[in-house]
Design a protein around this ligand. Structure first.
Ligand code: SAH
Length: 372
């Protein structure tokens, strides 16, 4: 075929193309399946791109803003580890969705964290390659998994799990209250071949509570719920702690929060599949209900990212660095501002800590107790 020949009429050229054909062939897609394909499709998924995160990607995360973020998480971890009773095997450090590996690189610079077994959970082949490049030779033991359950099965001693902006990437489902009950929102195709949102024709029987009025909405993240359930079981068996940092709230007030971001701007979730990041706010309240059912895991009160980082000494760290390198002062001040200001990431981003029974009290709760 000459290079000028038209593409084969059946050739699938983009994720949008692929989705339209799948839907035409097999029927409407659930939103969680749509979200998963948009983020993780092996060829066109957003996270398979060479630069999904950072200035060239759709969004910038806290570890990419400043190394001080990783240093504060490291300080939190070091403190916790220093209060764990001595144990024979090395501690396991698990990170969910490490992105470019930046947070882990910053954590591993901290001396007391050097001798840990590092476990990374990543589904994107492209990001895994970047993590390998950035992390190999930085830890004595590094292991990758595509799902956390396999990781939990493979470890037999206590662990600390960290996850920054991971839960918001897990696929959500959305439902609308109608006269017949809750009906699921699905991705369909219009007759002119564009993606559009519609409602399933039959209601779902398994959602327990009723809507108040027609049109009420509900967003669920079953994958996050399963993860927390597995985490509670693993904490019970092996002991340890988990630290989640993400945007969300304890009560999302029945809002649909799924959104698309491209080049740091928001757009419709159907507009650019695979080219935009899809993300939803984390419903920490519904996750906490799962933890409450476990008798051996404690969920600590939700904190704001700003409050958490300041309590760990972010300001003092930035002043210390600025003294050592005055030409970086403005940059350091700007980073502190972005990470902690309520108008920036300080308030929207929350910190959620879980610990197993008999594990030390994590900061900032440890100091708060000591001061009362
Ligand atoms: N924690 C990083 C990156 C956040 S972006 C940072 O703060 O910079 C979300 C990360 O989670 C990416 O690495 C993405 O590939 C990964 N990810 C998303 N969904 C996942 C899933 N279901 N399983 C494993 N990794 C996933």
């Amino acid at each position: 075929m000459s290079s000028n020949a038209p593409a084969h009429p059946e050739a699938v050229l983009s994720l949008k193309d692929f989705l339209v054909r799948q839907i035409q062939k097999f029927g409407p897609l659930r939103l969680d399946a749509y979200m998963h394909l948009c983020l993780m499709h092996p060829q066109w998924g957003y996270y398979q791109r060479p630069t999904p995160i950072g200035a060239k990607g759709a969004f910038t995360t806290a570890p990419e803003i400043s190394q001080m973020f990783g240093e504060m998480i490291g300080a939190w971890m070091s403190d916790l580890c220093s209060r764990i009773p001595p144990h024979a095997s090395p501690l396991n450090l698990i990170e969910l969705g490490p992105g470019r590996g930046t947070l882990m690189v910053d954590l591993l610079k901290i001396q007391s964290i050097e001798n840990v077994n590092v476990h990374l959970i990543e589904q994107s082949e492209s990001l895994k390659k970047i993590q390998q490049k950035n992390l190999l030779q930085k830890a004595s033991s590094l292991q990758w998994y595509s799902d956390v359950s396999t990781c939990f099965e493979s470890i037999s001693s206590p662990f600390i799990l960290i996850a920054n902006e991971f839960l918001d990437a897990l696929p959500v489902r959305q439902f609308q209250w109608t006269l017949e009950g809750w009906r699921e929102r699905l991705v369909t195709v219009t007759h002119n071949g564009s993606l559009s949102l519609g409602l399933d024709s039959t209601p779902v029987p398994w959602i327990q509570h009723q809507g108040q009025k027609e049109g009420d909405i509900l967003e669920l993240c079953p994958e996050a719920e399963r993860l927390i359930q597995n985490l509670c079981t693993a904490l019970e068996k092996k002991g340890g702690a988990a630290l989640f940092i993400d945007y969300g709230a304890s009560d999302l007030k029945a809002k649909l929060t799924l959104q698309a971001l491209k080049d740091h701007k928001s757009l419709s979730i159907l507009e650019a599949p695979g080219e935009s990041d899809l993300t939803a706010h984390v419903n920490f309240g519904s996750l906490e209900k799962i933890v409450k059912k476990s008798s051996s895991t404690k969920a600590w009160p939700l904190l704001t990212q700003g409050g958490f980082l300041l309590s760990l000494g972010l300001k003092q760290r930035s002043e210390h660095l600025a003294k050592a390198s005055p030409r970086h002062k403005a940059e350091l001040d700007f980073a502190v501002q972005r990470l902690t200001n309520p108008e920036a990431m300080g308030m929207l981003f929350k910190v959620w800590i879980l610990t197993s029974k008999n594990f030390p009290i994590p900061e900032p709760f440890f100091s708060q107790r000591a001061n009362t």
